[in-house]
Design a protein around this ligand. Structure first.
Ligand code: ADP
Ligand code: MG
Length: 314
């Protein structure tokens, strides 16, 4: 199968023209209708074999996880995804692998009604890069810099599983439940859309709650008090580990793709009501403070400084 056959067989079916996609895969560039879009959020992410994923993982999971992580950036801005381009570099076109890979893409593209509008295919070490484009209502973007003193701090889901799963890669079957969230994280698009109306800041947890929340604190020039007992820990993790160890993964572990967000006190009730009505989960974990300290308060009221300890490439 040559490059053009590969593209038209696997990727063109994810590029259905119509609605806002005037020309999808097949021409020199895609053409989209932007009439209905007020503001665009645009983000790019690259995933490299042995850095972001292992070549031994199912191709479906490699695709799903990479595109999910990319869409997660749009969720964190409160944007609704519309279009995606994909650069795929691979050593050789293996049709079985590409079938699984395409299935992973298809699941997300269908679920979130996103169109694959184009991309590039090249030979080399397995690397996947997505550019995602999403629409925002004017002035509704969730910036990291918007948190104000007195806001409540939340996360969208229970934490800790993916980071723990990474430590369990050797000697376990990848089908084990503990790997599910690492391999198939869900982008919190529905949360983002609601939060764009109520939250004042948001970030997606890719490096770890402590380090990603620290980005909000730095950008907003505020501090934060987290309540230790309110940090939601994965139930599965609590079955595997003592609570102290599990909490450490929840606080510092990456690859979550949950959102961390802050809501001004006068919008708290409306925000929680809207999330409840939509059946979306949330956990209140602390408060934004004027003091720039970033601290954890335990059940005895003792405070301890938090040292953001997430993943860094360099
Ligand atoms: P060009 O030589 O003009 O760059 P390509 O051969 O790279 O054209 O691509 C042909 C068509 O296939 C283009 O519409 C391009 O957007 C699309 N395409 C190529 N690779 C991918 C990919 N990995 N995913 C989605 N679309 C792709
Ligand atoms: Mg090209």
């Amino acid at each position: 199968m040559d490059e053009f056959e590969l593209i038209s067989h696997f990727f063109s079916p994810l590029s259905i023209e119509g609605q806002d996609l005037l020309t999808g895969i097949g021409d020199d560039a895609a053409i989209v209708d932007v009439q209905s879009v007020s503001q665009l959020a645009i983000s790019n992410d690259t995933f490299v074999e042995n850095v972001h994923f292992l070549p031994s993982w199912p191709a479906e999971a490699i695709a799903y996880r990479s595109l999910s992580a990319s869409l997660s950036d749009l969720a964190a801005m409160g944007a609704v995804p519309l279009w995606v381009t994909m650069s795929l570099t691979m050593p050789e076109p293996n049709t079985t692998w590409l079938q699984g890979f395409t299935l992973g893409l298809e699941k997300l593209v269908t679920r979130y009604d996103v169109r694959l509008i184009g991309g590039d295919t090249t030979k080399g070490p397995l690397t996947i890069s997505f550019t995602v484009l999403g629409k925002l209502d004017k002035g509704r973007a969730l910036r990291r810099s918007g948190a104000v003193v007195g806001s409540y701090v939340y996360v969208t889901g229970r934490l800790g599983e993916p980071a723990y799963a990474l430590t369990q890669l050797a000697g376990k079957s990848i089908d084990d439940a503990i790997f599910r969230k690492l391999l198939y994280p869900k982008p919190k698009i529905e949360h983002g859309l609601i939060l764009s109306r109520y939250a004042n800041a948001a970030i997606d947890i890719s490096d770890g709650l402590s380090s990603d929340l620290a980005h909000i604190l730095n950008a907003s020039h505020v501090g934060c008090r987290l309540t230790e007992n309110d940090i939601p820990i994965s139930k599965l993790l609590l079955e595997h580990l003592p609570v102290e160890k599990a909490r450490d993964y929840a606080l510092n572990g990456g690859d979550e793709y949950e959102l961390c967000f802050t809501v001004d006190s006068d919008k708290k009730a409306d925000c929680e009501r809207a999330l409840n009505e939509a059946g979306l989960s949330y956990y209140r974990i602390g408060m934004i403070t004027e003091s720039l300290d970033f601290v954890l308060v335990d059940s005895d009221g003792q405070t301890e400084g938090i040292n953001p300890a997430g993943f860094r490439h360099f």
